[in-house]
Unconditional design. Structure first.
Length: 371
């Protein structure tokens, strides 16, 4: 069989069962399959316990006991899809597209790293110290795995992250940071017809707060504040005594994130109505990964590796988050979007472009040879 045929066979195996973040058994099954693959090419591979809430991670190294890695390769094993999805729409190859839950995000990148290392020249494998980390919970913010990834990054010179590339051949050189805010309002219920004046409207307070919070958009440029979920009230004919709004915020630098955090907390400290209580808490946080002089050399090296693989890479500055941000916070240069390209992430329309698979494997291999 050809490399592409082997890749497709192995990708099918890890796509055709449920491995949503909350399905610890399914994610652990995927980790075990990758452990088996890496052991087959001489790596020392182990499953990593990151807590009972999530499945196992997988760590593979070619030089056990190494104090430092020349490169860290990271891709996640979990998907966003509920149990039953794999049976409902299993792996399918049709024309130039592969479909199935997680085929692009991020199983394609998981398998691309393995095939790049499987086909790496022996002299390069002997020369470099390489770590591969597959984590189980990226889709819910890597709450259990980000410290593990950060510690590995601190021991590494650089990192590649196997999130999918863009259909236009773009890789990712920077990502915005993320902070989610949950703001709760408490008031007093009262009958909306007989005595509304005795109520203290939590819904109204929430709406006033939201209108002020969204004014923080682009202050400074690049910051976004989006009210993505709102809840309030329990029955139609009562003044609401509870309300909640979720804000998804993004920022280009951690300094912007810190300034935005101060602004959000200042708003929460204000009065939004008589006898209205306000509480603010954070959720789903990721640091920013700005493009910098530190990352410029690795971007140039990947660009040359891509050209040798037969395509001219473009570079995207992405708004979405990934584990590459933790690599950047650890102080090492990182490039993201190194997996095969596709589209439709987090939807039933997710697809992987077959004609990008061998190109991305070759690009990763060329990069490693160049180190």
């Amino acid at each position: 069989m050809s490399l592409l045929e082997d890749y497709i066979r192995d990708l099918k195996e890890i796509v055709n069962f449920d491995s949503g973040t909350g399905n610890a058994a399914g994610v652990t099954r995927a980790a075990g399959i990758m452990q088996r693959h890496y052991e087959s090419i001489g790596f020392k591979a182990e499953l990593v316990d990151l807590g009972d809430e999530v499945g196992r991670g997988m760590l593979a190294v070619n030089k056990p006991g190494a104090a430092h890695y020349d490169v860290l390769l990271n891709a996640h094993l979990d998907t966003v899809f509920p149990d039953g999805t794999a049976a409902e729409r299993p792996f399918r190859l049709e024309g130039d597209r592969i479909t199935g839950p997680g085929c692009m995000d991020c199983k394609g990148g998981v398998m691309a790293f393995y095939y790049a290392l499987k086909t790496l020249p022996r002299e390069t494998l002997d020369r470099l110290s390489i770590a591969v980390a597959c984590n189980p919970d990226e889709e819910t913010g890597s709450k259990n795995s980000h410290e593990w990834l950060s510690e590995l990054a601190k021991k590494s010179s650089c990192a590649l992250v196997g999130e999918p590339g863009r259909p236009n051949n773009a890789l990712i050189r920077s990502r915005k940071g993320i902070e989610g805010y949950i703001v709760n309002f408490t008031g007093r219920a009262a009958h909306a017809g007989n005595n509304p004046e005795k109520g203290r409207d939590a819904n109204l307070a929430m709406m006033r707060f939201t209108l002020e919070a969204v004014k923080l958009n682009d202050m400074p440029a690049g910051v976004s504040v989006c009210a993505t979920l709102v809840k309030g009230g329990t029955i139609q004919n009562s003044i609401s005594d509870t309300a909640e709004v979720y804000f998804d915020t993004r920022f280009k630098t951690d300094e912007q994130g810190a300034a935005l955090d101060r602004a959000m907390r200042a708003l929460a400290a204000k009065s939004w109505g008589e006898n209205i209580g306000v509480t603010l808490r954070t959720d789903h946080s990721r640091p920013a990964m700005p493009y910098s002089e530190l990352s410029r050399p690795i971007v140039e090296k990947i660009s040359e590796a891509a050209r040798k693989a037969g395509f001219e890479p473009l570079w995207a500055d992405a708004g979405g988050g990934s584990d590459a941000s933790y690599m950047a916070r650890a102080g090492i240069p990182a490039v993201d979007g190194c997996g095969p390209a596709g589209g439709g992430a987090h939807s039933k329309n997710e697809y992987l472009l077959v004609n990008t698979i061998e190109q991305r494997i070759a690009m990763i291999r060329n990069f490693l040879v160049s180190l």
